[in-house]
Write a protein that binds this ligand. Structure first.
Ligand code: ADP
Length: 486
C-alpha cells in the first residue's frame, strides 16, 4: 500500500509526547512489512536540518486555502529509518519556538490556521509530486482536517481521487476547538458547519469533523476505546464515537525496542538482560548520583517521567509523597515538566527531603532512559491514559509499574498476585490519594518482605513484548477496511 501519514510530531525531529514515538515507529514497522510510507511534518524552528540531513526538495509550492489566496511554502526532505519524511516549510507558521505554545505555555493563537495549512499542504504535495496514496492517515486534531479535505473537496482526476482517510486519536482531551471565525480560512462551505460535523457549541471542532469524515477511526488501546464511548470519558464526543459503530476501535501501541531495551540502550551506563540484571544496580547508582539521592542498593526507588498535567494524576502523588516518605523507606527520582504548581511542589519536596527526593524539571531523553532503568518502581497514577508508553518501557527495563487501571495501563500491566508472585506490576482502581498510598505501600512491603516475588515479576515483565509488528498488522487491516477491501 501507499500510505501518506501526516502528523504534528515525530521522534526525533519534534516531540512533546507519545504521539511522536508512535509516528516514528509505526511507519518503520509498515515499511518492514513491505508498504510504501511517506510522512509529512511541519518544519518547526527547533528542528536541526543539518543534523538530520534535511535538504531542499520542492519550492515554491502554492497552497490554496479558503480565503482564495494562494499561500506559498517550500518542502524539505530526509530519509529516517528507511522512511521518507517531508517537512512543510512555512516560516510564518512554523519557524518559532516549540510546537503548540510559547515559552509561557500560551497556545499560539494561529494554531487553527497553522495545522489546517499543514493538512492542505500535505495533500498539495501529493498532487505536485504525483504521489498517489491508497490511504491517508491522520493523527489527532492537528491533522484531523485531512479527512474533510479528502471527502468534501473535489479531487476528481487527481491522485487523491477517492482516497480514504483514517484517523488515530491519541488523546481525546485535545480536540482543536476554535472560534468559527477561522472557518472561512479552512475552505469549507457553511452547509458543513452542522452539529454532526464541524460544529461544537457554536465553535469549530477539528477532531469531531475528522471523526465524521474518516472512513476508519481508532484510538490507542482497547480499554480507552471502551472508556471514551461513555459520557464520563467521552469529552463530549462519546455519542459521536458510538455512532461510528465498528468503524471505531482500539489498537494498542507498541514500544520501539530498538530504542528501549536495556541490552543495548546506548544512553545507559550499564546493560542488562532478564537473566543477568547486575547492570540494573549500576544504573540505579548512577541515577541516584544524578538526582542527588543517597547511594543505597537496597532502598525502594520510585521513578516518574511525564508531563505534569491533570491527566497524569501527579496531583495524587503530590498528596501522598510526604506520608509515603514519613512511613516508608523509599526514594523518588522525578523527571517532568508542565504545570508550574506541580513543578514547584516537587522542587520543594526535593529541597525538604534532601537525599531522598530528586527532581529534574525539563525534558531529557537521556534522563528518561536512566530513570526507566535505574528505578525499582515506575509511577503512573493517571486519571486517564489512552495508551501510555512509559509503562511498556518500564516493563522492558524490569522496573515494575504502579498504575491506575485505566486505558492502556489496564491493557498492558498485569496485577501482582501475592500468593504466587505472578504479575508484572501493581494496579489500583479508584482515582484517590488513599488508593495510590496503599498501593505504593503494597509494592514497598513486597520489595522488603517478598523480594523473590519482585525478582520473579521483574523477569516476567522483561519478557513481555508489545511489538510494533503486531500493531502494524492491525493498522493494515484498518487501512484495507478504509479502502473498502475488507
Ligand atoms: P503522553 O503522550 O500522554 O505524554 P506517553 O506515556 O504515551 O504519554 O508518552 C510519553 C513519552 O514522552 C515517553 O516517551 C516519555 O519517555 C516521554 N517524556 C515525557 N516527559 C518527558 C520528559 N520530561 N523528559 C523526557 N521524556 C519525556
Amino acid at each position: 500500500m501507499n500510505i501518506l501519514m501526516v502528523s504534528s510530531e515525530m521522534s526525533p525531529f519534534a516531540k512533546t509526547g507519545g504521539l511522536a514515538d508512535v509516528v516514528a515507529a509505526l511507519p518503520k514497522a509498515l515499511v518492514r512489512r513491505g508498504h510504501n510510507v511517506v510522512v509529512v511534518l511541519p518544519m518547526y524552528g527547533d528542528i536541526d536540518a543539518y543534523k538530520y540531513g534535511i535538504g531542499h526538495f520542492h519550492a515554491p509550492m502554492g497552497v490554496w486555502m479558503g480565503d482564495d489566496e494562494q499561500e506559498w511554502c517550500a518542502v524539505r526532505r530526509t530519509v529516517y529509518d528507511d522512511v521518507p519524511v517531508y517537512f512543510i516549510e512555512h516560516d510564518v507558521y512554523f519557524n518559532r519556538h516549540g510546537l503548540y505554545h510559547d515559552k509561557a505555555m500560551r497556545d499560539y493563537a494561529d494554531n487553527p490556521r497553522r495545522f489546517a495549512f499543514l493538512c492542505r499542504a500535505a495533500l498539495q504535495l501529493c498532487i505536485d509530486k504525483g504521489f498517489r496514496p491508497d490511504v491517508v492517515h491522520a493523527h489527532d486534531w492537528q491533522t484531523a482536517l485531512l479527512a474533510p479535505y479528502l471527502r468534501i473537496w473535489n479531487w476528481n482526476g487527481t491522485v487523491l481521487e477517492n482516497c480514504p482517510a483514517m484517523l488515530t486519536i491519541h488523546n481525546l482531551a485535545y480536540q482543536g476547538i476554535y472560534s468559527k471565525r477561522n472557518y472561512p480560512y479552512l475552505g469549507f462551505s457553511w452547509e458543513h458547519f452542522t452539529t454532526d460535523r464541524f460544529e461544537y457549541y457554536d465553535a469549530i471542532n477539528y477532531l469531531k469533523a475528522g471523526i465524521f469524515y474518516s472512513s476508519m477511526v481508532n484510538t490507542v488501546s482497547p480499554t480507552y476505546a471502551d472508556e471514551v464511548r461513555t459520557p464520563e470519558h467521552g469529552n463530549g464526543l462519546d455519542g459521536h464515537l458510538r455512532w461510528k459503530g465498528d468503524r471505531f476501535w482500539g489498537i494498542l501501541n507498541g514500544a520501539d525496542y530498538d530504542i528501549w531495551s536495556p541490552e543495548h540502550d546506548h544512553r545507559l551506563p550499564a546493560h542488562y538482560t532478564s537473566e543477568h540484571r547486575d547492570g540494573k544496580r549500576i544504573c540505579k547508582n548512577v541515577l541516584q548520583d544524578h538526582f542527588g539521592l543517597r547511594h543505597d542498593d537496597n532502598v525502594a526507588l520510585f521513578g516518574v517521567v511525564g508531563r505534569f498535567t491533570a491527566q497524569k494524576g501527579y496531583n495524587l502523588l503530590a498528596q501522598v509523597i510526604e506520608p509515603v516518605l514519613n512511613s516508608m523507606h523509599v526514594q523518588f527520582a522525578i523527571l517532568g515538566t508542565g504545570e508550574t504548581d506541580l513543578e514547584q511542589f516537587f522542587n520543594f519536596m526535593a529541597h525538604k527531603y534532601g537525599d531522598r527526593v530528586g527532581i529534574h524539571v525539563g525534558f531529557s531523553e537521556d534522563l528518561a532512559h536512566l530513570v526507566e532503568a535505574g528505578s525499582d518502581f515506575f509511577l503512573m497514577p493517571s486519571r486517564f491514559e489512552p495508551c501510555g508508553l512509559n509503562q511498556m518501557y518500564s516493563l522492558r527495563y524490569g522496573t515494575l509499574p504502579i498504575v491506575r487501571a485505566t486505558g492502556g495501563l489496564n491493557d498492558t500491566v498485569e496485577n501482582y498476585n501475592h500468593h504466587n508472585g505472578d504479575g508484572t506490576g501493581f494496579k489500583f482502581y479508584d482515582f484517590t490519594a488513599e488508593a495510590l498510598y496503599y498501593t505504593m505501600g503494597w509494592a514497598v512491603s513486597t520489595y522488603y518482605d517478598r523480594r523473590h516475588h519482585i525478582e520473579k515479576m521483574r523477569y516476567n515483565a522483561m519478557q513481555r513484548r508489545f511489538t510494533w509488528d503486531m500493531s502494524a498488522e492491525a493498522y493494515e487491516y484498518a487501512y484495507l477496511r478504509a479502502m473498502g477491501l475488507h
